[in-house]
Design a protein around this ligand. Structure first.
Ligand code: SF4
Ligand code: SF4
Length: 370
């Protein structure tokens, strides 16, 4: 990283474009060039490194291809062996979350033996399973009706551990996920979560990754969902930052919204210029003040009262930011959706995940019915 920092320092023209929309740089400097000069002799402090949401906006905005996110991510990994530092930023809670997420109490797989799509597995992700087991299962039941033989894996992708810089532990978790997929015979994974999408795409390139939203665009929405929201109040569409460069997903999501008939508007900074919702990089845990400021700031960049997204963490962040965060999947698969998510506590979320796992266990292999 040292030679990269030196090159960054030389190239920086101090235009401050990287700061616009970044949740943290403005808290540490008024001059990115001066910050880079400092980094040539001393690495970022832990306080600075753990304030980065890993959203990738700075690199996109910089005319000189300088990537502050990369510098802070590398710094986080240098603190990984010092458990006292990690503890200060809430790693204890992440360890608990990850051990539970990978335990058989909250994770499971179901493979089906017959059908054209037995090589495929649907992965709803932690946030969606914690939010609504019934939504997960409505989505899966529709996928099964269109893609016979598709399996399901309720599992974490390990992103929270990676965001804390503990790469050794992350690799262990990711290997467990890959082993579970291999046991299922799943060579294609359909993800509802943008963090899962990017994590698998980056760290398991041998697995084919498909966004649920692109798959829905291909197989079509349920007939009953079409035009369902044509009389709904206008919403703003928030693109999640992990998939800022996934143009196909951006396009497909907009096609789905048009088919739903939903009146919506774009944020000024959208698609590849989208902003972090405030939950990236485990920011709510490491620097909750910055996280909540970012949530409020993003939510208030639209006059719309409701903000729709295709990531459950983003939807929750928009609610925490003072607006009404909505998940696109509720608009498609939940005809009774009251156009508002119910706020849920931590215990209820774990209960939901357990309940979703139980529902998966109860699924019967079509072949065993015969
Ligand atoms: S956008 Fe790039 S060149 Fe401009 S201040 Fe930031 S790092 Fe320097
Ligand atoms: S990755 Fe995001 S949070 Fe981190 S420095 Fe860049 S813009 Fe800021």
């Amino acid at each position: 990283m040292e030679s990269e920092i030196n090159a960054y320092e030389k190239a920086c023209v101090d235009c401050r474009s990287c700061m616009k929309g970044c949740p943290m740089l403005y808290s540490f400097t008024i001059s990115p060039k001066k910050l880079l000069t400092k980094f040539t002799t001393e690495l970022p402090t832990s306080d600075m490194a753990f304030a980065c949401a890993n959203c990738g906006l700075c690199a996109h905005m910089c005319p000189q291809d300088i990537d502050f996110g990369k510098v802070f991510t590398a710094s986080k990994t240098t603190f990984a062996d010092d458990k006292n530092v990690l503890k200060k930023y809430g790693y204890g809670a992440v360890i608990f979350h990850q051990k539970s997420s990978f335990s058989r109490l909250f994770s499971t797989t179901k493979k089906f033996t017959t059908g054209e799509y037995t090589h495929m597995a649907f992965m709803p992700g932690c946030a969606l399973s914690s939010y609504s087991p019934s939504l997960v299962h409505s989505v899966f039941s529709y996928l099964r009706s269109k893609c016979s033989g598709i399996g399901i894996i309720q599992q974490c992708c390990g992103t929270p551990t990676r965001m804390m810089g503990d790469m050794a532990q992350f690799k262990m978790y990711h290997s467990q996920l890959e082993r579970d997929l291999e046991k299922m015979g799943a060579t294609t994974v359909v993800t509802a979560c943008e963090n899962c999408f990017m994590s698998i795409k980056t760290y398991a390139p041998h697995i084919k990754i498909v966004s649920l939203y692109s798959l829905l665009e291909q197989i079509g929405l349920p007939e009953s969902a079409k035009e369902r929201h044509k009389n709904a109040p206008k919403m703003a569409l928030h693109d999640p930052c992990p998939t800022r460069y996934e143009k196909e997903i951006h396009k497909d999501v907009r096609t789905l919204l048009a088919q739903l008939g939903l009146p919506y508007e774009e944020f000024k900074q959208n698609r590849e210029k989208t902003l972090c919702c405030g939950s990236g990089g485990m920011l709510e845990l490491t620097h909750s003040g910055l996280a909540h400021e970012q949530m409020r700031s993003r939510a208030n960049q639209t006059a719309c009262e409701s903000i729709v997204s295709y990531c459950q963490s983003c939807a929750e962040s928009m609610s925490k930011g003072g607006k009404n965060g909505v998940h696109l999947l509720d608009l498609i698969f939940n005809p009774d959706f009251a156009m508002k998510q119910e706020a849920q506590g931590v215990l209820k979320k774990w209960y939901n995940r357990f309940s979703s796992r139980q529902k998966i266990h109860a699924l019967k292999d079509d072949a065993s019915k015969r």
